[in-house]
Design a protein around this ligand. Structure first.
Ligand code: NAP
Length: 337
């Protein structure tokens, strides 16, 4: 009886590649007293995992070389010596990039498969969804009638930010990679307009889309999207700084600090970075509002699914280059629901 896991093989200095991961097989551990063993169904792939591959100081500890890559999973319990978890329970658990894992129940939540498809616990009704909802409501303090720009507009976080902002009665402008994603953003997610972030004249295109200026920038990307949005922000505009994926592996020709600091000063911008771990007290309010909207189909979502644990590294590398279209998942084992 063995299980499979993907470990960090080496730390990347710049963009990671397949050589930074290694697939291993190991004996399947049996649960000790107070533990359960679970089988992974869905593995979530998220941009933050690039940070965990680096030894640089951050808000969370890095993955050590030879350790299993960290990650959130939906899994089912297959053996238990834990009083709170029984065989057959489906859980949201930080099992990492592995086919099976032991848990003592810390950080584990039982899921009700009747609420929504299990994979949504890692996407629209999970960490990325909560990030979108908290970022829009609590961090950006968005109001009806305001104009918002959302980068990575069709991704796990951005796709919900856009839909929630539209439901609030805001003017919603998306930035996304390519015509297909932009068309989807407008046709399915309700963006008023979505612009390709690779367009040469992006600053001017944003100005045309928002002649009165922008009240809120929901920042998922940095890079060119930031450079093009900054000059279009109104005086006293707010930036909800959620992520900066364009710079996670280092920046090519980053804008000079005086450009960014100068804009913040002259336009009197409020910039608020946030890490969702600090906001899990908001989870019940988020689920109370958004879960019924997902159940009724009023909020839509899209998933990119890689098949098999062995394909997790390639799917992750693709995510970092915009190869995903919606929430990136790996189907590690059959979904009983
Ligand atoms: N603060 C928090 O607690 C928190 C929590 C969750 C996520 N985040 C952050 O939120 C952001 C979005 O996360 P997600 O899970 O929703 O990922 P995602 O949007 O589903 O996937 C990442 C997307 O980023 C875009 N991208 C990648 N490289 C880019 C580049 N160089 N320039 C422009 N766009 C690029 C790509 O979209 P396009 O094809 O459209 O370019 C890609 O599809 C990330 O920065 C992530 O780190 C933060």
């Amino acid at each position: 009886m063995t299980y499979r896991r993907i470990v960090l093989a080496a730390r990347p200095d710049a963009a990671p590649g397949p050589e930074h991961f290694r697939l291993e097989t190991a004996p399947l551990p049996m649960p000790g007293e107070g533990q359960f063993l679970a089988r992974t169904i869905w593995l979530s792939l998220d941009p933050y995992m690039r940070g965990r591959m680096s030894a640089a100081k951050s808000y969370a500890k890095p993955v050590e070389i030879g350790e299993t890559m960290q990650g959130g999973c939906v899994a089912d319990v297959i053996a238990s010596r834990h009083p709170g978890f029984a065989v057959g329970d489906v859980v949201l658990a930080p099992m990492g990039w592995a086919s099976h894992g032991l848990s003592d129940g810390v950080g584990v939540v039982k899921l009700d498969p009747s609420i929504a498809p299990l994979s949504t616990a890692l996407g629209v009704l999970g960490m990325p969804g909560l990030t979108a909802w908290v970022g829009l409501n609590d961090i950006a303090a968005a109001h009806p009638g305001e104009t918002i720009v959302v980068s990575a507009a069709t991704g796990a976080v951005g796709s919900l930010v856009g839909q929630l902002a539209k439901r609030k009665g805001m003017k919603v402008i998306g930035l996304a990679g390519g015509a297909e994603k932009c068309a989807y953003a407008m046709a399915e997610l309700g963006y008023d307009i979505c612009l390709d972030h690779r367009a040469e004249n992006l600053t001017a295109l944003i100005a045309d889309a928002a002649p009165q200026g922008i009240d809120i920038y929901f920042e998922n990307v940095a890079g060119k999207s930031l450079e093009a949005t900054l000059p279009n922000l109104k005086t006293h505009a707010r930036i909800a700084l959620c992520g900066m994926i364009a710079w996670y592996s280092g920046a090519e020709n980053p804008p000079p600090a005086p450009l960014i600091w100068g804009a913040i000063l002259r336009q009197r911008l409020s910039v608020r970075g946030f890490i969702i771990f600090d906001h899990y007290d908001r989870l019940p309010d988020f689920l109370a509002e958004v879960a019924p909207l997902v159940q009724s189909g009023a909020i839509t979502y899209r998933e990119s699914i890689a098949e098999g644990l062995e394909n997790a590294p390639a799917a992750f590398l693709s995510l970092l280059r915009g190869g995903n279209f919606g929430k990136q998942l790996v189907r590690v084992g059959p979904d009983p629901a």
